[in-house]
Write a protein that binds this ligand. Structure first.
Ligand code: NAP
Length: 256
């Protein structure tokens, strides 16, 4: 089986867009992009006021734009405004702490799919043509170890993140054909409001690990990134399956 072609991508001198840029991992990604030489960063946020601290810190290098994954019109409008973007990082997402046995399981999973999966598809559809026009660029999706291993108490979250990972694999193949590097990021436990909400803050590691990991993984042309200690354990167990199946060209089986 052949491996797919790697695209090595350096963010230095590039124009980027980060969804959910105002806090948590998204904010750390903005910091890392600035420190690694990105020239402009669109901070895509639901509420423009939440990007004010980034503008205060970085001046005109950071351009706030409104993007709500639940409002498709804000995604298409942003792709028209940010038409010079070369690196799109879809970081925004929601966490759903519930199980398939909950009485509102269907409603909660619908919400998770709407934000974590339909949001990803809409961002990819809106920005793929922009990335193509701007030379291919890079598309990064924040998935999770929960995309690979279901924790029963967060099963609905895992289901949405597993679906997002599946879509990311398709994007790897499809956007790769236009020269776009695609990276699937799988954090374990990172210290943000999200890990607080999950009641797991004590074990969490800094968001800089994810942000700096993304920049290094793009440079190396990797498809997966497992940035923190817990994620690395999952990533090392997954490596052989990934190399022989996920990242391999298995077109002899009729799969593309
Ligand atoms: N923290 C972890 O341990 C961990 C582990 C694995 C994966 N991840 C993934 O990493 C990504 C970032 O997580 P985080 O820990 O930084 O989360 P967080 O602290 O909860 O921040 C979430 C970000 O997403 C934005 N957001 C939420 N709903 C949105 C919507 N409908 N449209 C646009 N933006 C929306 C939030 O904006 P507002 O401020 O407006 O709410 C915020 O900027 C997520 O995709 C998450 O699943 C995190």
């Amino acid at each position: 089986m052949k491996s797919k072609v790697k695209i090595n991508y350096d963010v230095n001198g590039k124009i980027a867009l980060v969804t959910g840029a105002n806090r948590g991992i998204g904010k750390a990604i903005v910091d890392a992009l600035v420190s690694k030489g990105a020239t402009k960063i669109y901070a895509a946020v639901r509420n423009l006021n939440t990007a004010i601290p980034l503008v205060k810190r970085y001046g005109s290098k950071v351009v706030p734009v409104e993007l709500d994954l639940a409002k498709p019109e804000t995604i298409t409008a942003t792709a028209e405004t940010a038409n010079d973007v070369q690196v799109v990082i879809n970081n925004a997402g929601i966490f759903i702490a519930s199980t398939p046995m909950a009485s509102d399981a269907i409603d909660l999973l619908e919400l998770g799919m709407k934000i974590n999966v339909f949001g990803l598809i809409r961002v990819a559809q809106a920005f793929a043509p922009v990335l193509k026009i701007n030379g291919g660029g890079a598309f990064v999706q924040l998935n999770s170890v929960a995309s690979l291993k279901c924790a029963s108490n967060f099963a609905l979250h895992s289901a949405s993140k597993a679906a997002a990972y599946s879509i990311t694999q398709a994007l790897h193949q499809l956007l790769g054909q236009q020269g776009t590097a695609v990276l699937s990021v799988h954090p374990g436990l990172i210290a943000t409001d999200m890990s607080d909400a999950a009641g797991l803050a004590g074990l969490a590691e800094p968001a800089t690990l994810v942000a700096e990991g993304i920049i290094a993984a793009l440079k190396a042309g990797d498809f997966h990134l497992f940035p923190d200690s817990m994620a690395k354990r999952v990533g090392s167990a997954y490596q052989s399956f990934s190399e022989s199946i996920i990242e391999a060209d298995i077109s002899e089986y009729g799969a593309h």
